[in-house]
Design a protein around this ligand. Structure first.
Ligand code: DON
Length: 316
């Protein structure tokens, strides 16, 4: 249906030209600034810009710095939530962290206090740390192996951790440690809170590229099956719930505005990445470090907005 009426070659040409024109249009746009509350992120060159799109046949279309690695940051929250849904059911996420937007910043302590650690979602820091704390395992190593594996399965290649970012964030994550302790005090997860926040920090430091994010998004666009490797990474029954949370909370306080303009369930990270999902059509990944006030990549948002319009990919 997506390609109908254009012919395969015409369709592929449309994708290439949509990516290339968004790349050309925003390449020199100098708006926003790198996150600097994690010192290592301030050091990443602000000029990097990559856009990649992966379709159901596993083909990846690319423009710009699509192979450059950067830390996944909050985008990891989607895949660890997927892991908990896969091993404990969707209800586990609803019951332990909630599936509602908080209307507050991603590391808000007020949001925890408001409902005693409930009524949040897995994409704000308290909910994400509690999500990690609900992964099953008898040791931190076992839990970590599962977290890294699900990210790698979504990407279709073995991923690893950006050690300087992990070290930099571990040295400066006092606020997340407080959040983890508070969520533990409200009995939102059974793991030692110091372990949960360390695993969370590690998962945020996983290195990915825009190309990887496109494949990860495409895996969600096609019912949990990675279109490049053919592996069924999670059961398709978990995908609607994940996309719903991405829609309502993936872009933090700008999630409504973002959905209004694009209709795409999308998740951002403070490393400058975005992953967007057009169900049944494609996954899109972008990388451009400077962020707007809400914490979302400026050039990534502009590029995806234009590409969605050009390709008629708004699911609504
Ligand atoms: O915990 C943090 O603050 C970071 N590791 C992740 C935050 C993040 O990516 C928020 N995204 N826009």
């Amino acid at each position: 249906a997506f390609a109908q009426g254009r012919g395969q070659a015409g369709w592929m040409g449309s994708i290439n030209s949509a990516l290339q024109s968004a790349y050309n249009q925003y390449k020199s746009l100098n708006e926003g600034k790198n996150a600097d509350y994690i010192p290592a992120l301030a050091q990443v060159p602000s000029t990097y810009f990559g856009i990649a799109l992966c379709t159901g046949d596993g083909k990846v279309y690319e423009a710009g710095d699509t192979k450059q690695l950067f830390s996944i940051q909050s985008i990891s929250k989607v895949f660890t939530a997927a892991l908990v849904m896969q091993e404990s059911g969707d209800q586990k996420i609803e019951d332990t962290v909630g599936v509602d937007a908080t209307g507050q910043v991603f590391n808000s302590i007020n949001a925890v206090e408001q409902f005693k650690g409930k009524e949040m979602n897995p994409f704000v820091n308290p909910g994400a740390i509690a999500t990690v704390g609900n992964v099953k395992g008898s040791s931190p190593d076992e839990v970590w192996a599962k977290i890294l594996k699900i990210h790698s399965d979504f990407a279709g290649r073995q991923l690893d951790v950006n050690q300087p970012v992990y070290k930099s964030e571990s040295d400066t994550n006092q606020r997340n440690r407080a959040i983890s302790s508070l969520m533990s005090a409200y009995e939102r997860f059974p793991m030692d809170p110091a372990v949960a926040v360390d695993l969370y920090t590690r998962q945020c430091s996983i290195n990915v590229s825009a190309h990887d994010l496109a494949v990860m998004g495409a895996t969600l666009a096609f019912g949990g099956r990675n279109p490049v490797t053919g592996k069924q990474v999670i059961d398709s029954s978990h995908v609607p719930g994940l996309l719903a949370i991405m829609s309502t909370a993936g872009m933090y306080d700008d999630s409504g505005k973002w959905l209004f303009h694009t209709g795409l369930p999308t998740k951002s990270g403070v490393g400058g990445g975005l992953v967007g999902v057009s169900p049944g059509k494609f996954g899109i990944g972008t990388f451009a470090p400077p962020l707007d006030a809400a914490g979302n990549s400026v050039r990534g948002q502009r590029a995806i907005t234009d590409i969605v319009r050009q390709l008629g990919a708004n699911p609504y």
